[in-house]
Design a protein around this ligand. Structure first.
Ligand SMILES: [Zn+2]
Ligand SMILES: [Zn+2]
Ligand SMILES: [Zn+2]
Length: 252
């Protein structure tokens, strides 16, 4: 299995519009972060977690040639607004694109993309989706996806465990009942917005405490704001914990 970070930035992306701070003006390419998403490739299948507003650029950058399914963590703009751009894969593959989301996120998707969901629109350039509600673990071509319930402020959001990896973004709290699902991992990907606490996101210190407790072999942090420079932040972290960067690949 191979993971590719399509994006590792917070909702605004980094650089942030109109900001001249040292991370936003950095020349290190790892300080340029598009909106957060990860690609999971296994047995010639390609599964995407979230469709960000940057999806088109990400797909071009990574030379994506197919897409078999999309799994959604939640319905916020930085995680869903690129859904329309997946239609090129429907047009290439001629199979309605399976998408997976919980009830709340599916309702948000239906509302935003009503022209895709309501089959009455005649224009043939519109994509076709094959929606599935997540109400427990599910399988994608033999890969078991286990939803991990977390809280993003007060909003219930899903992380996912698949094989010996897990992707958990946009959370401030991981309930005790979800923590056992994140044990015994080779790679744990966690939200780590910045140093200062935030009402709806985990910060660096909180995510480090989770890594201490869950003991993955490797931890990678994502959904990173412009407060964290790549190199200077990595210098503060233990060797098995790193900030992820756009385009980073992890083989499992
Ligand atoms: Zn987000
Ligand atoms: Zn900045
Ligand atoms: Zn969010």
């Amino acid at each position: 299995m191979r993971l590719t970070f399509l994006g590792t930035g917070t909702s605004t992306g980094v650089p942030t519009i109109a900001c001249r701070c040292k991370v936003c003006t950095s020349t290190d390419p790892r300080d340029q972060r598009t909106r957060p998403s990860v690609l999971v490739e296994f047995d010639d299948r390609v599964v995407l977690i979230d469709t960000t507003p940057d999806f088109r650029q990400q797909a071009l950058r990574e030379k994506m040639e197919r897409l078999d399914a999309v799994v959604f963590t939640h319905g916020h703009a930085d995680h869903v607004l690129g859904l329309d751009d997946t239609r090129v894969f429907y047009l290439r593959q001629q199979v309605p694109l399976p998408i997976w989301a919980d009830q709340r996120s599916m309702e948000t998707l239906r509302r935003i993309f009503i022209y895709i969901f309501n089959g009455t629109y005649k224009y043939e350039g519109v994509g076709k989706l094959d929606p599935h509600l997540i109400d427990g673990p599910f399988e994608l071509w033999g890969l078991r996806m286990i939803p991990v319930a977390v809280l993003h402020g007060g909003l219930p959001v899903l992380g996912f465990r698949f094989g010996r990896a897990a992707y958990v973004t946009d959370f401030s709290t991981i309930p005790e009942t979800s923590l056992p699902l994140l044990e015994g991992l080779d790679v744990l990907i966690l939200d780590a917005l910045r140093h200062k606490p935030h009402p709806t996101h985990s910060n660096l210190e909180q995510s480090l405490a989770l890594v201490e407790r869950l003991k993955p072999r490797q931890a990678l942090f994502t959904h990173i704001a412009h407060e964290l420079g790549h190199e200077e932040t990595n210098a503060l972290l233990p060797p098995h914990v790193r900030l992820a960067y756009d385009g980073q690949r992890v083989e499992l």
